[in-house]
Structure formats: structure tokens, C-alpha cells
Design a binder for this molecule. Structure first.
Ligand code: SF4
Length: 235
């Protein structure tokens, strides 16, 4: 696994951005998240060592743009270079998440066709309104590998009709002392929708406030993922 953040910074875009970890981290370090800047890792996938070998070794999954949104308008001038690097590294698999899936077709390289084999796109939704808006677009886009990321999930959602060609649905809660609670019933509902559509499902993290059987629990940040895993409901 490798990380590639060609630029950093982002603008809050919808309800799911309320407690964005990038904004929170930047606030502590006195960095303006709304200023979008290229990083010194911009060319990371094609950087080589003294022996002329790629520094990012072959066969890895590369998490792309996890300190921004890959489809951010501010980055339009840089994205074509990223597609070139993604194309050069057919031996890597790239995954990015976005809340701006409506921009997807305007952000593609000319030879995209029905998708690059080595790219997974994760469409992020947080509530039914964003599910209907974004997944109705996502479900008809030419993408070889599709994930739906329901994190932070802030209400019950029905996405079953949008799961054509989706490989994986991820559910997770919000992490913050002011976070909106995650109800376990919403997670179980998503899982059963995935089972109905033969789609993989992963419960990735609880919320800071987690409701199960009508009782609310407060969960420390270090336990959010391990507690979700303990539920044992991935499929
Ligand atoms: S789109 Fe993602 S990175 Fe950008 S502000 Fe929202 S949560 Fe943060």
C-alpha cells in the first residue's frame, strides 16, 4: 500500500464534510485548508531511485488524493499530468474517493474509454439526498471498478437500486466529540442491501457516538475501527 497526495487542501462541500479530518488537522497546525497547493510528492508514482527503479514498488494499491478531493476544480490544471502517471504505472492500482462525482466526465483523459483497468473510484455519500444525487450519476459512469463509501453515515440510506457494477460498499461513522451518532441499524440495513445485490460490504468504523439496541455508546478514536471489525459483518 502507498499514499500519493499530488496536492493538498479542499473546500467543504456537503454535510459529510462537517468534521473533515483534513480541515481539523490543518486547523491545529494553522494551515489554511482552502488554499490548494501542489505537494512535493506530485510525481511520486514515477519517481525513481539511483538504480533507475520506481520508488513505489510494483503491485501495490496507491491511495490517491487522501488529503483533498481528486475532482476538485482548483486542481483541474494538474489532473492531466496525474492521469499520465497513472497510465504509465499499469503495475499499480490507484484508488481515489470523491464527493464531486458530477464533475467526473469533465475530468477525464481523452483515452479513458470505458475506464482504466488500474483505477477504482469511490463515490462518497452521507445521507439519502446525496445518495440519490451522486449515485444516480455514478451508476451510469464508465468506470471499471466502483466503490460506494457511506462514511460518515449520518442517517439511514437506501442505495440498493444504485448497486449495479459496484464492487464494494463501505459504511462508517463520524469521528469527533461533536459527531452525529451512527445507528447500528443503518449499518445492518446497508449490509442486507449489499447481500441482496451480491455486493461486498465492509463496516469500516464505528462513530464516536454509536447507537446499538437503543443505547448510545461513546467510543474512543483508537477503537473506532477495531470495534467495527469485532461486529464481524463484512462480506
Ligand atoms: S470533500 Fe473530503 S477532503 Fe474535501 S472537505 Fe469534504 S471531507 Fe474534506
Amino acid at each position: 500500500m502507498a499514499m500519493w497526495n499530488p496536492w493538498r487542501g479542499c473546500h467543504k462541500y456537503s454535510e459529510g464534510c462537517k468534521f473533515c479530518y483534513i480541515h481539523k488537522g490543518d486547523y491545529k497546525r494553522n494551515i489554511d485548508t482552502n488554499t490548494i497547493v501542489k505537494t512535493d510528492k506530485f510525481t511520486a508514482p514515477i519517481d525513481k531511485n539511483k538504480k533507475g527503479e520506481y520508488k513505489i514498488k510494483s503491485g501495490q494499491v496507491v491511495y490517491l488524493c487522501f488529503s483533498s478531493d481528486f475532482l476538485l476544480p482548483d486542481a483541474d490544471v494538474w489532473r492531466a499530468d496525474c492521469w499520465q502517471m497513472i497510465k504509465e504505472r499499469q503495475d499499480l492500482h490507484f484508488i481515489f474517493l470523491t464527493k464531486r462525482i458530477e464533475r467526473f466526465l469533465d475530468c477525464l483523459p481523452e483515452d479513458w474509454g470505458d475506464g482504466y483497468d488500474n483505477v477504482t473510484v469511490g463515490c462518497t455519500i452521507e445521507n439519502q439526498e446525496m445518495a440519490d444525487l451522486r449515485l444516480s450519476i455514478f451508476s451510469i459512469l464508465p468506470i471499471k471498478h466502483k466503490n460506494v463509501i457511506c462514511q460518515p453515515l449520518i442517517e439511514q440510506v437506501n442505495i440498493e437500486k444504485y448497486l449495479n457494477d459496484v464492487e464494494l460498499v463501505v459504511a462508517g461513522g463520524e469521528s469527533d466529540y461533536r459527531a452525529r451518532p451512527l445507528n447500528y441499524d443503518w449499518v445492518l440495513s446497508l449490509k442486507s442491501q449489499c447481500v441482496n445485490r451480491n455486493t461486498h460490504f465492509q463496516f469500516r468504523q464505528c462513530g464516536t457516538y454509536f447507537i446499538k439496541d437503543g443505547k448510545e455508546y461513546k467510543i474512543g478514536v483508537q477503537q473506532l475501527c477495531s470495534q467495527a471489525k469485532k461486529a464481524g459483518i463484512d462480506c
